[in-house]
Design a protein around this ligand. Structure first.
Ligand code: BG6
Length: 478
């Protein structure tokens, strides 16, 4: 629908930006930090683009004050970051490592001193290696207790200071990459193990949310889901059904569990038929129902257009992790759907479809189905950037991208969606897990090439100033 006039963004709208510990901090062996599964994985030859790793990343651990000063200058209202579990509990459980905790105490204090709302993510993929070695991490139910105890340390440490908490970042991504595509640790390719690990992650997620509420923590908590709303290519009923199946298997399969406490019926039934459904034990459904989030975090990058895929059709294909446009492989689930190019939208050099309207569509779907406020915890454009001799970065393509998405959010708000805030991905440039340092997302350029050489100096991109203005105007011209 087209509105005659758009509503304003709420006065306390959280104009923010985001990062994740492994992608920015570096200092991988400092102050008693333990080893995470990513610290190990990046050392296996061929796993990441040009063997890049987060040993130094963009050195945020040592430069956080400079980074927060830039946020302050820009006028940022919120900063989303994640805590590295291995800094707090180096072996995943046991004694608290005070020096590691202190880093986050200092960061949070620095943010609060500058009137920037901290949004704390408990888990952004850097599982303690010790727990992987001991009981295979997410594949064991033991993770539920350990994750809850780790979260409780942070709840105690930041009660009242941190009001927005994200439980798991993109469970759908770390589980499918880790246990199906084998492109993230522990590099397994087994759907049965994937669905069980995913079920355990659901229990862990519900358990920390339940704990947060039992502790009467001020503020709210929710998971961040990587939502790519599904479209049908056309009105062929076969393709319409394929898009519905894709929405069930790729989206409701997580969001329904978070918000309704159970799996979508048709999706679970097909997994049972194939013998790959998770084992649901007595008490699981009660726990899932008891862990209802206060808001839903959404990471939105693109939509997913599909057609029907016959039983002998295409299977999993490789993603483009090189930045060579058009190099992604065809990908699908035989008997259900396969992804096709949407002829109506442009693509990035990494073949991600650029679709601001899709964000509005996704927000609308969430609101209709779940009636829950949404915090957009990630959205942004990964592209090559060029530092000029004048040390400027003219990223008008990123401004266009973000502008379109901010406008789509405003339209969604006018439709009646409750959006708490918008955290772009990312604040500074940072390590892309599989795409190295050449794929950049930040408002702040970090001088470092894809071979990990450079001064690590920070430079403000044109998009930095653009967002500064949007924040000043509270989006009124968006
Ligand atoms: C999200 C993650 O999947 O997308 C981030 O939460 C990630 O950690 C971002 O960096 C962009 O993905 P990529 O692959 O382009 O780095």
């Amino acid at each position: 629908m087209e509105h005659k006039q758009l509503d304003q963004f709420p006065k306390d709208f959280l104009w923010g930006s985001a990062s994740a510990a492994y992608q920015v901090e570096g200092a991988w062996q400092e102050d008693g930090k333990g080893v995470s599964v990513w610290d190990e994985f990046v050392r296996i030859p061929g796993k990441t683009f040009k063997g890049t790793n987060g040993d130094v990343a963009v050195d945020h651990y040592h430069r956080y004050k400079e980074d927060v000063a830039l946020m302050k200058e820009q006028g940022l209202k919120a900063y989303r970051f994640s805590v590295a579990w291995t800094r707090i509990l180096p072996n995943g459980r046991g004694e608290i490592n005070q020096a590691g905790l202190q880093f986050y105490i200092d960061l949070v204090d620095e943010l609060l001193k500058n009137q920037i709302e901290p949004v704390l993510t408990l888990y952004h993929w850097d599982l303690p290696q010790a727990l992987q070695d001991e009981y295979q991490g997410w594949e064991s139910r033991k993770i539920v207790e350990d994750f809850t105890n780790y979260a409780t340390v942070l709840f105690d440490a930041f009660r009242g200071k941190v009001k927005y908490w994200v439980s798991l970042n993109e469970q759908n991504v770390f589980i499918s990459h880790g246990y199906l595509m084998a492109s993230h640790p522990p590099a397994v390719s087994d759907p049965k193990r994937m669905y069980q690990a995913n079920h355990n992650a659901n229990l862990a997620n519900a358990s920390v949310i339940k704990k947060f509420h039992e502790m009467s923590m001020p503020g709210g908590i929710g998971p961040s889901f990587a939502y790519s709303p599904n479209y049908t290519l056309n009105s062929d009923p076969k393709n319409v059904l394929a898009a519905e199946d894709s929405e069930d298997l790729n989206a409701h399969f997580w969001m329904d569990v978070y918000l309704f406490g159970n799996y979508p019926i048709a999706a679970l039934k097909i997994l049972k038929e194939q013998g790959i459904a998770p084992t649901i034990e007595a008490g699981d459904e009660e726990l899932l129902a008891a862990g209802k989030p206060d808001f839903l975090g959404i990471n939105y990058y693109q939509t997913n257009t599909v057609v029907f895929n016959p039983l002998d059709g295409v299977g999993l294909g490789k993603m483009n992790t090189t930045g060579e446009k058009g190099s992604s492989e065809e990908s699908g689930l035989p008997g259900v759907f396969k992804r096709v190019e949407n002829p109506f939208v442009e693509r990035t050099n990494w073949d991600w479809e650029i679709d601001p309207e899709g964000l509005r569509i996704g927000l609308r779907r969430i609101t209709s189905r779940y009636r829950i406020p949404v915090l957009i915890t990630e959205n942004g454009l990964g592209e090559y950037d060029k530092l000029t001799v004048e040390k400027e970065i003219h990223d008008d393509y990123r401004i266009d991208y973000l502008k379109g998405h901010v406008h789509a959010i405003r339209e969604a708000i006018t439709d009646g969606v409750e959006v708490l805030g918008y955290c772009t991905w990312s604040y500074t440039d940072l390590l892309s897990w599989l795409n190295g340092y050449q794929k950049r997302y930040g408002f702040v350029y970090v001088e470092q090439d894809e071979n990990q050489n450079g001064s690590l100096n920070r430079y403000k991109k044109d998009s930095f100033y653009w967002y500064q203005k949007v924040i000043q105007e509270n989006g009124s011209n968006s």
